[in-house]
Design a protein. Structure first.
Length: 182
């Protein structure tokens, strides 16, 4: 948009300072709209997919797992990172739904693409609504430990509205699914 022109930063150079299994960190030099230069630290991430699985009775399947960055156990929708830059999020969503929740979906609908931390991270999360659910076989990664929990979608939304589900992808996914289904 024309009004955004005075806000954009211009790329000058970039140096990779860390390359890991899940993400890469770089320092990028940019020219600011006022002509001065600044350094930006960026986390480069392939992206992820998340799934709000809701059965024919309005029951949503969630997973409870430990999150080291906040030293807490969180209740979330099933989700996982893309295995490569070329993997599509729909395939990832189907994989994660089966791996974490032991479910297969006959129908997957993209709800939204969210950017959790746009100030310094390239990660995006495509959030899907999964319906027409059937049992599959859960098979967690060897370093993944979680518990499956089911509750009415309306109850999950109440938890979000009381601030009891702090995970952004989960809150957005549950609220959007409830808006469509309720």
């Amino acid at each position: 948009m024309a009004m955004d022109k005075g806000l954009r930063e211009t790329f000058v150079s970039e140096e990779t300072i860390y390359r890991g299994r899940v993400f890469t960190v770089s320092e990028r030099m940019v020219t600011l709209p006022n002509g001065k230069t600044a350094k930006r630290e960026l986390i480069h991430h392939f992206g992820a997919a998340a799934v709000v699985p809701v059965d024919e009775n309005g029951i949503v399947t969630l997973v409870r797992q430990y999150r080291i960055a906040h030293d807490t156990v969180m209740l979330e929708i099933p989700a996982g990172k893309l295995d490569s830059a070329t993997e599509d999020t729909l395939s990832c969503a189907h994989r994660e739904l089966q791996e974490e929740a032991g479910l297969l979906a006959g129908n997957m609908r993209l709800l939204t693409r969210m950017t959790p931390t746009p100030g310094y991270d390239t990660e995006f999360v495509d959030i899907y609504l999964a319906t027409e659910l059937s049992p599959g076989t859960a098979h967690l990664d060897e370093d993944e430990f979680l518990l499956v929990e089911r509750m009415p979608l309306a109850q999950a939304v109440e938890h979000v509205m009381r601030g009891e589900m702090g995970d952004a992808k989960t809150a957005i996914g549950l609220l959007m699914a409830a808006r469509l289904l309720c």
